[in-house]
Design a protein around this ligand. Structure first.
Ligand code: ASP
Length: 364
């Protein structure tokens, strides 16, 4: 779906309703239900990353029950955070190079322009909840590492193991085959483990290490805009490494009256351009959600990592970044540097996964 599809659908829907209303007696016309096509003004809209199908369903359910949009957004991403099979977020996320799962998360409330964030947090399955507590229970925005952990403990979060048997095996496989210059070696049967095999089939191995995240933005029926981004970050990262996800302006940005945006993908590239803030600024300038995402991606492609190892033979980025956004009218879009990405939209019509717009088509 792109903005023009939405506009077309909305226009057809509105025109059809106007035509039907003209045939109805006045009192019945007054009772005719308001049109609620995808992302229509007046309805609620959820936009999230491709791993957010179940999250979008949970957020949608919460909105239908009349819950606050931030409650709904956090309830949505909690599904991914608690899912041990999503190795990019929360519990069961891929650990750092020492086998420790360090999580990053941020929330932003476009009604108040307040935000809360945590980074390199250990032992909490749902860091998005701790980020919200930072926003609501401190006069600060961002807590990291040991301080974030102590804050979580103060708020009653136990220190739990976030490494699952599956991610422990995946990490050990990575460590065993990392180098011939240390004491760790790969046993022949290691790569035969079904969990390791599935991981390698899905993510492969290479210089530009795979990663993942969930971002979820909500535009409520009232027009309020909120966003949440949560991640275990770059796979096998240097301990203490923080990407874009918990950084307000990079991993997410929400402002009532303008829009809400968030990102996944190579965090360093997005950090260097404050990408989500850029998307929202383009919305402020009147660009459609899809154009706003693509323009921000173009800036990343042109301005960041101008070093050969990050560029292919044609000078295009070897990495990917995705943006997701919803504007004040409730229109949503997803876009990526490279073709093949997906995003998820939820609205009164339901929840669906869609193809993201892109800057470059992957070579066949
Ligand atoms: N942006 C995240 C990070 O850099 C990872 C990702 O979304 O793939 O930590």
């Amino acid at each position: 779906m792109n903005d023009s599809t939405l506009s077309r659908r909305k226009l057809i829907g509105t025109a059809a309703l106007a035509g039907a209303a003209a045939l109805l007696p006045r009192d019945l016309a007054a009772q005719a239900p308001a049109p609620a096509p995808a992302g229509a003004p007046g309805g609620y809209t959820i936009v999230t990353s491709s791993n957010g199908l179940e999250a979008a369903k949970a957020a949608r359910q919460a909105l239908i029950q009349g819950r606050d949009p931030l409650d709904a957004a956090i309830a949505g991403v909690n599904v991914a955070e608690l899912d041990p099979d999503d190795v990019t977020v929360g519990y069961g996320g891929i650990p750092n190079e020492e086998g420790v799962v360090e999580l990053d998360a941020a929330v932003m409330d476009g009604r108040t322009m307040r935000a809360g964030a945590v980074a390199a947090l250990t032992g909490v399955k749902t860091p998005s909840k701790v980020a919200r507590l930072v926003m609501e229970h401190t006069d600060r925005v961002f807590l990291v590492g040991a301080g974030a952990r102590r804050f979580a403990t103060a708020h009653g979060f136990p220190d739990e193991s976030l490494l699952t048997e599956k991610t422990r095996k995946i990490w050990l496989h990575w460590k065993n085959r990392l180098s011939d210059l240390d004491d760790w070696i790969e046993a022949a049967r290691d790569a035969e483990d079904p969990d390791v095999k599935r991981f390698l089939e899905r993510y492969g191995e290479g210089l530009f290490r795979p990663q993942g995240t969930i971002h979820l933005s909500v535009r409520s029926e009232k027009g309020d805009l909120v966003g949440v981004t949560t991640t275990s970050g770059l796979f096998f990262k240097i301990p203490g490494r923080v990407g874009d996800s918990p950084v307000v302006g990079a991993g997410l940005y929400s402002e009532n009256g303008v829009g809400s945006a968030g990102s996944t993908g190579r965090g360093e590239a997005n950090l260097l351009t404050c990408g989500s803030h850029t998307v929202v600024e383009f919305l402020r300038d009147g660009l459609s959600p899809e154009e706003a995402c693509l323009r921000a991606l173009k800036r990343i492609a042109e301005k960041t990592h101008l070093v050969p190892r990050h560029r292919d033979a044609k000078g295009r980025p070897k990495f990917n970044v995705n943006f997701y956004c919803v504007n004040a009218a409730g229109r949503a879009a997803g876009a990526a540097i490279w073709s093949g990405s997906k995003y998820v939209v939820g609205d009164a019509e339901g929840v669906r996964r869609l193809d993201s717009a892109y800057l470059y088509k992957k070579d066949a």
